[in-house]
Ligand binder design. Structure first.
Ligand code: HEC
Length: 139
C-alpha cells in the first residue's frame, strides 16, 4: 500500500517536471528578440571620440569636457538652472568671459591655475567657445 503510494507520488512528480520543462522550452524567447538590459553609464567624451578636433576644440575636450560635456557636473549637476547647456552650445559670449571664468572660478567651478592650462591654451579654448555655438560638436 505505502509502496504504491510512493510510486504514484513519484509518477505525479515526474509528470509535473516534464510539464514544467515543456512549458519552459516553449516560453523561452528567441535570442534576437531578447529584451536588452538598461543602458550602461554615460561614456566620457575624449579625443578618441572627437578625432577631428584641433586647436581650441581639442584643448576644450582635453581640459574642460570632463565637467562640461553633456553629462559633466558643470552641465548636469552643478551648472546653474536656466543656462543653455553645454558650454559648446552657448552663443554670443566674448572670449574674455571664458578666460575670466576659468582663471578666477565661477559659482561652483574652481579656478583653473596656469599649471593646468596655460594662458595660450586657455585663450585658444575661449576663442573656440566664443565662436560657438557648435551644435555639430556635441553628441
Ligand atoms: C572640475 C570640473 C570643471 C572643469 C575641469 C571645468 N569646469 Fe567650468 N564649470 C564647472 C562647474 C561645476 C560650473 C558651474 C558653476 C555654477 O554654475 O555655479 C562651471 C561653469 C563654467 C562657466 C560658466 C558657465 C555659465 O553658464 O555661465 C564657464 C564659462 C566655464 N565653466 C568654463 C570652463 C572652461 C573654459 C574650462 C576648461 C579650461 C572649464 N570650465 C573646466 C566645472 C568645471
Amino acid at each position: 500500500m505505502s509502496k504504491k503510494l510512493i510510486l504514484a507520488a513519484g509518477a505525479v512528480l515526474l509528470a509535473g517536471c516534464a510539464g514544467v520543462a515543456v512549458a519552459q522550452s516553449g516560453s523561452a524567447p528567441p535570442p534576437d528578440t531578447a529584451v536588452a538590459g538598461p543602458a550602461g553609464p554615460p561614456q566620457p567624451v575624449t579625443l578618441a571620440k572627437r578625432p577631428n578636433a584641433t586647436g581650441g576644440e581639442a584643448l576644450f575636450v582635453e581640459m574642460c569636457i570632463m565637467c562640461h560635456g553633456a553629462n559633466g557636473m558643470g552641465t548636469s549637476l552643478l551648472g546653474r538652472v536656466g543656462r543653455p547647456q553645454p558650454l559648446e552650445l552657448r552663443p554670443g559670449l566674448p572670449a574674455a568671459f571664458y578666460v575670466s571664468a576659468a582663471r578666477n572660478g565661477i559659482g561652483n567651478m574652481p579656478a583653473i591655475p596656469r599649471g593646468e592650462v596655460s594662458d595660450e591654451q586657455l585663450q585658444a579654448i575661449a576663442e573656440y567657445l566664443a565662436a560657438g555655438p557648435h551644435p555639430e560638436a556635441v553628441q
